[in-house]
Design a binder for this molecule. Structure first.
Ligand code: LIP
Length: 286
C-alpha cells in the first residue's frame, strides 16, 4: 500500500475518514440484511418513475449515516440521494469536505432481493474525490480506495483487466430509473449500437457495483445517462485507483454533477465506447 498525500497534504485525515466510513458501511449493510429478513424491503414508494424506487430502509440508512457524520464532523457537508430527491433543490457542492452518499445503490435489486445492492460512501475535498467505500452485504464485498493509495477488495489490491478492444470487452449498460420517451429511445439506440460489437452485455442494477466490477477486472466498460453524484462518487475513485478511467460520455473529464458517465478499464476503451454511442443526452445537472 502506498502512502501518497491527498490534495490538502493530509492522508492521515483521510485514513481516519476511511475507517469511519468502513464502520458506517458495515452498519448500513446490517440494516439492509435485517430489513430484508423482516420483509420490509418490499415496501416502496416511487420517485421519478414507477421504476425509480425508494424504501424506508434507504431513508433510514441515509438519516443514520448523516447523523453519525455530522455528530463526529460538524463542519463537514453531506449530499445524499434521499435528502436531495425529497428536497427538489440542486446539490450545493463546495470545496468543503463533502460526504456524498447513496444509502442503497441498487434499490430495485434490494426490493426484489436480487443480491447486488450496496451502500456507497464517497468523500470530496476541493471538489476532488479523496475517498470511496462501497459495501455489498449480500456478497460481503468491501471495496475501498483513498486517492493515491490504490484500490482494494476486502483488503486485497485490485486492478482493472487488460482489455483494450470493444470486441473483446464485457460491457455494462443500464435502463436507469427515468422512463420518459426521450430517455427510453436513447437507451434503445445506444444499446443497439454496442450490443453486437462487444463480447457481451450485462446490467447489474447498481451503478456502484457496475463500476467496482470494472475495478476488479470482472467487466471492462460501462455507460449510463441519468446517474447522480451519489451513484458515481465512491466507485469512480475506486475504479481510477484500480487503474481504470471515468469520463463524460463524450470523452471529456467526468463532471460528478452532470449525470453522464463512462467507466472503463482504460482511456482507450472508454473512448471507443464513447464514439460508438449515437445519442449523448443532455440532462439537467444535479
Ligand atoms: C440506481 C442505479 C442503477 C441505475 C439507476 C439508479 P438507486 O440507483 O445504481 O444502476 O441504473 O439509474 O440511479 O436509485 O438504486 O440508488
Amino acid at each position: 500500500m502506498g502512502s501518497e498525500t491527498t490534495v490538502d497534504g493530509s492522508d492521515v485525515m483521510v485514513r481516519e475518514w476511511e475507517e469511519f466510513a468502513i464502520n458506517m458501511a458495515i452498519e448500513a449493510g446490517q440494516v439492509m440484511l435485517s430489513a430484508t429478513s423482516k420483509g420490509v424491503n418490499r415496501q416502496t414508494e416511487s420517485k421519478a418513475s414507477a421504476a425509480d424506487l425508494v424504501t424506508e430502509t434507504d431513508k433510514g440508512i441515509e438519516k443514520l449515516l448523516f447523523s453519525r457524520i455530522l455528530h463526529k464532523y460538524p463542519d463537514h457537508r453531506t449530499i445524499g440521494e434521499e435528502t436531495t430527491s425529497s428536497s427538489g433543490v440542486k446539490n450545493n457542492w463546495t470545496d468543503a469536505v463533502t460526504w456524498i452518499i447513496d444509502p442503497i445503490d441498487g434499490t430495485m435489486n434490494f426490493v426484489h432481493t436480487f443480491p447486488l445492492s450496496c451502500v456507497s460512501i464517497g468523500v470530496t475535498l476541493n471538489k476532488e474525490i479523496v475517498l470511496g467505500v462501497v459495501f455489498n452485504p449480500w456478497l460481503d464485498q468491501l471495496f475501498t480506495a483513498r486517492r493515491g493509495n490504490g484500490a482494494y477488495l476486502n483488503g486485497k489490491p485490485i486492478h482493472v483487466s487488460a482489455c483494450q478492444k470493444m470486441d473483446e470487452a464485457l460491457v455494462i449498460a443500464e435502463l436507469g430509473g427515468d422512463r420518459d420517451e426521450v430517455k427510453k429511445d436513447a437507451v434503445c439506440q445506444n444499446v443497439q449500437a454496442i450490443m453486437w460489437k462487444c463480447h457481451g452485455l450485462r446490467s447489474l442494477g447498481s451503478a456502484a457495483m457496475n463500476t467496482c466490477s470494472i475495478a476488479c477486472g470482472s467487466a471492462d466498460a460501462y455507460f449510463e445517462f441519468g446517474l447522480h453524484a451519489w451513484d458515481m462518487c465512491a466507485s469512480a475513485l475506486i475504479l481510477t485507483e484500480a487503474g481504470g478511467c471515468v469520463m463524460d460520455t463524450e470523452g471529456g473529464p467526468l463532471d460528478l454533477m452532470n449525470r453522464r458517465f463512462i467507466a472503463a478499464s482504460s482511456v482507450d476503451l472508454g473512448n471507443q465506447l464513447s464514439q460508438l454511442l449515437p445519442v449523448h443526452l443532455k440532462l439537467p445537472s444535479d
